[in-house]
Design a protein around this ligand. Structure first.
Ligand SMILES: *Cc1c(COP(=O)(O)O)cnc(C)c1O
Length: 303
């Protein structure tokens, strides 16, 4: 079976008036109702490679609500691979029934290996990979978050010819694979803005390894306290945005990016006449898990 992905449409978004900018969202979330569009693009050439090399199993790593875990499980089912997910947190193993991401992955046939946070931290060590190979024998390894050279190649297909008219292109950043692909297929005159979903400065270096141009910049002010952290302002923004534009945003990546873009527009960051394209990378499967946490804390929910 061949891995084929269609181009996504760009949808106009209502922006704060009086600033003279136009904003569109590239609906990569529409690639699949549950799987993050960018995660699927990152898998495309990895799946092809695994098929070419004759592998029957895919093994990867992720947290309990990982978009990447869901995507690998689904791709494995679609393309006939067994899948193994090494999941952070031993305690998660007893709570699969409460976890929509893992239930979905399991329904796609994924097997789980739950490991302590300590073991997980050393997941790239030779000893650990060796011990996994002992149990699962002969797997194609996909790194956490799915980012490698072939993943970046997949993300170089996000922009298409008609996108050359945009002045700014923005995307949410986790491991940096997606933005690297976007940089590589952008025009040198376009500015690529990345909104990291987590704190830390390692990203700059990681992206530099994959990116073939210097027309990019990370905007570090909109992580809302760190990965998977939220506040009520962000949740209200996501709900208002959906009402106004009929576009759902996820609370971990795309919600923070759009909040950031709106904030920058109001601050006059973009010159009058700017055309901005924001990539909707998906992540909507994470809303269920986040709402569970929010409900527990008696905070507003994502509608
Ligand atoms: C993983 C993910 C990202 C970040 O992608 P990276 O290539 O890891 O930087 C952005 N948005 C969504 C919805 C994701 O799932």
């Amino acid at each position: 079976m061949i891995f084929k992905l269609q181009n996504s449409i760009n949808q106009r978004v209502v922006v704060p008036s009086g600033f003279g900018v136009e904003l569109y969202m590239k609906r990569e979330d529409a690639i699949h109702p549950f799987i993050s569009g960018n995660k699927y693009r990152k898998l495309k050439y990895n799946i092809e490679e695994a098929q070419k090399l004759g592998f029957k199993k895919l093994l990867t790593f992720g947290g309990a609500y990982s978009n990447h875990i869901a995507a690998v499980a689904f791709a494995g089912k679609t393309f006939g691979f067994e899948t193994i997910g090494v999941i952070r947190g031993e305690e998660v193993g007893g709570k699969i029934q409460e976890n929509s991401t893992l239930l979905f992955a399991q329904s796609c046939g994924m097997q789980f290996e739950f490991v302590s946070r300590e073991v997980y931290r050393n997941k790239n060590s030779e000893d650990f990979i060796e011990s996994l190979n002992h149990i699962y024998k002969g797997f194609y390894l996909i790194p956490e978050g799915g980012t490698n050279l072939l993943a970046v190649k997949g993300c170089e297909e996000i922009l298409i010819q008609s996108d050359i008219n945009f002045d700014y292109i923005s995307c949410a950043v986790g491991t940096g694979g997606t933005i690297s692909g976007i940089i590589n297929c952008s025009q040198p005159r376009q500015q690529i803005l990345g909104f990291p979903a987590l704190k830390g400065s390692f990203l700059q270096e990681d992206i530099s390894k994959f990116a073939n141009k210097l027309n990019w910049k990370l905007i570090l002010d909109y992580h809302f306290g760190g990965y998977a952290k939220t506040n009520d302002k962000l949740i209200h923004f996501i709900n208002d945005f959906k009402k106004e534009n009929s576009i759902p945003l996820d609370p971990i990546y795309t919600g923070k990016m759009m909040y950031g873009i709106f904030n920058l527009i109001k601050k006059g960051y973009f010159p009058v006449g700017s055309k901005i394209l924001a990539i909707h990378t998906g992540g909507l499967q994470g809303i269920l898990g986040m709402n569970k946490t929010l409900k527990h804390k008696k905070r507003p929910l994502i509608e």
